[in-house]
Design a protein around this ligand. Structure first.
Ligand code: ADP
Length: 544
């Protein structure tokens, strides 16, 4: 059995840290194996050699000489230090140093415990570098995200502004062609009349496209407002079917309807009809002539409706069944869907499904698509599902005046001279169309300047004022507020004419004192009925 001393010596020798014992003059008295490897020398050569040439001061640590002096005074230290090995390489170590008092008059000695941390430091540095790189990449990602969001907002704003700008000239095209179709047929020859009819249809089509773009923009900006009312969902679905009946007949197709009797529902009727219409139009577009379409509404668990639109058409690949609901997404080229047996009514813009999705989700529902595989006519077919709660979510707003109600109103009889209408609109075309629609029944006074309009309002005291919201200079809102503040014009009916249909804009008009609001492009019937309705109301109030 080894003596304790020998055992201790062996432990020190093989301890996995470098141990160096120094004489007071900093010459080496002892090195263990690890320290010998650390200094890269041999034990014999190291004995009595000075440790100083090996010690390299590190920034932020106590310099070696000062450290030693302090150790000799009995202090212990823990520092970071560099070791210049004999092979020229430099390693970094942690250094624990303390003083060992000599026994029985023997001189003191200093003990150094060295642990090589070069590798750890390297890994740490690499990690730090990686962290910095990752932080930079993160910053880059955040920046691109912000950029993407900004681009998306710009796109939405651009689409919204461009669509509104298109609506103003469209008012003229639609208005003039309405007038010719309604009241000038005898004055134009048949060929010209047919051209005017096709201009009128094109204007309607363009109006639909603009409305679709605006709808998508509203959905993207989370600004789609609902006008909820109680109605029969089955009736709304049937209305959409009726509207398509002409096209269905042309394609020798048939739509089978399956409803649970009446389907009481609380939501936006116009928007839900739009969903049915978009799904049915697609079912027709992507199916061969002569095939059948089914439209079913089922009541599920008493709390929700499950709507299904099933066609026997070209189907949708599984990988595309989610993406088709993205705006402007169309699967491949339209022409590729066409087969000898499949004729298209014309390509879309890839907006119908994204609008349907926006409307359904705004009502608290879900929409999805699947392809059953092979239908009885050999085509894969598609099924569109909509699941929607009976009491759909949404804000309750005043129900709008229906077209029937408006049409029922006729000019109040009697009266000698014609009532006068003041049009204040910066767009000459809009003014001209409005003049043509109204001039048989009214005296028209028109101006494109806000300042002049205000003066004319006090001068002529018109029966109704039609006011553009975005006039240069004195704008419509200020004019309206001024008119409302004066006794002579306080009760004059004022209708705002605007290309902007946002809720905020409408609220601004009413807050300024408007009686009604007309959206460009309006049709002549709508304009006429609005004006007469206000006059009628004013007459009634005056006779009360
Ligand atoms: P579009 O107005 O172009 O039809 P949609 O948003 O309505 O746009 O539809 C997007 C795409 O989804 C279509 O271009 C078509 O590729 C696919 N799709 C929609 N409905 C059907 C259907 N019933 N059968 C097959 N494909 C369909």
């Amino acid at each position: 059995m080894e003596s304790d001393i020998v055992l201790l010596a062996r432990i020190i020798e093989h301890t996995p840290v470098g141990i160096v014992i120094l004489n007071p003059d900093r010459t080496i008295h002892y090195v263990n194996t690890i320290a010998m490897h650390l200094l890269n020398s041999e034990r014999d050569k190291l004995r009595y050699a000075s440790i100083d040439p090996f010690m390299v001061d590190r920034q932020g640590s106590l310099p070696w000489r000062e450290l030693w002096a302090s150790v000799m005074q009995g202090n212990t230290h823990e520092e970071k230090i560099g070791i210049a090995r004999l092979d020229g390489e430099e390693v970094t170590c942690t250094l624990n140093a303390f003083c060992m008092a000599g026994r029985e008059g023997a001189q003191n000695a200093g003990a150094l415990i060295l642990r090589d941390i070069t590798q750890e430091l390297k890994i740490g540095e690499q990690l730090e570098k990686r962290n910095v790189e990752m932080a930079k990449m993160n910053a880059e990602l955040i920046r691109s995200n912000v950029d993407l969001r900004r681009v998306s907002e710009l796109k939405s704003n651009f689409m919204s502004i461009a669509s509104h700008e298109l609506k103003t000239p469209l008012t003229s095209i639609k208005g003039y062609s309405d007038i010719i179709i309604d009241s000038m047929k005898s004055r134009v020859d048949d060929g010209v009349y047919r051209m005017i009819e096709s201009i009128n249809r094109a204007a309607d089509r363009l109006h639909r496209v603009i409305n679709n773009i605006l709808d998508v923009t509203r959905i993207e900006q989370k600004k789609l407002n609902l006008k909820p009312e109680q109605f029969d969902l089955a009736l709304a679905a049937h209305e959409a079917v009726e509207e398509l009946s002409q096209f269905v007949a042309k394609r020798h197709m048939a739509i089978t309807e399956k409803y649970p009797g009446a389907a009481p529902f609380f939501g936006d009727r116009m928007r839900m009809t739009q969903v049915f219409s978009n799904l049915l139009t697609n079912a027709m577009k992507f199916s061969p002539d002569g095939s059948g379409i089914e439209l079913a509404i089922e009541l599920e668990n008493g709390g929700q409706y499950h709507v299904m639109v099933i066609d026997h058409g070209i189907g949708i690949d599984k990988s595309e069944q989610k993406r088709i609901f993205d705006p402007f997404y169309e699967v491949g080229e339209i022409s590729k869907h066409s087969t000898d047996r499949t004729k298209f009514m014309g390509g879309g813009m890839g907006l119908g499904l994204s609008i349907a999705k926006g409307i359904v989700e705004r009502h608290g529902g879900r929409i999805w698509a699947e392809s059953p595989g092979v239908m009885d006519n050999g085509f894969p077919g598609s099924v569109f599902h909509v699941v929607i709660p009976l009491q759909a979510a949404g804000r309750i707003e005043e129900p709008a005046v229906t077209a029937e109600q408006a049409a029922a109103l006729r000019p109040p009889g009697g009266g000698d001279g014609k009532p006068s209408i003041l049009i204040i609109d910066s767009d000459r075309e809009v003014t001209e169309v409005t003049r043509m629609v109204l001039e048989n029944a009214f005296d028209i006074i028109a101006t494109s300047s806000g300042e002049e309009g205000l003066a004319l309002a006090f001068q002529y005291r018109p029966a109704v004022i039609l006011l553009d919201d975005l006039l240069p200079g004195l704008d419509g809102f200020r004019i309206c507020r001024i008119l409302r503040s004066q006794d002579e014009t306080r009760s004059t009916p004022i209708v705002f004419i605007s290309a902007i249909t946002s809720r905020a804009e409408i609220e601004k008009c009413f807050a300024a004192g408007a009686d009604d609001f007309l959206v460009k492009p309006f049709n002549s019937r709508e304009l006429f009925d609005k004006v007469w309705r206000l006059l009628l109301k004013k007459n009634e109030e005056a006779s009360d």
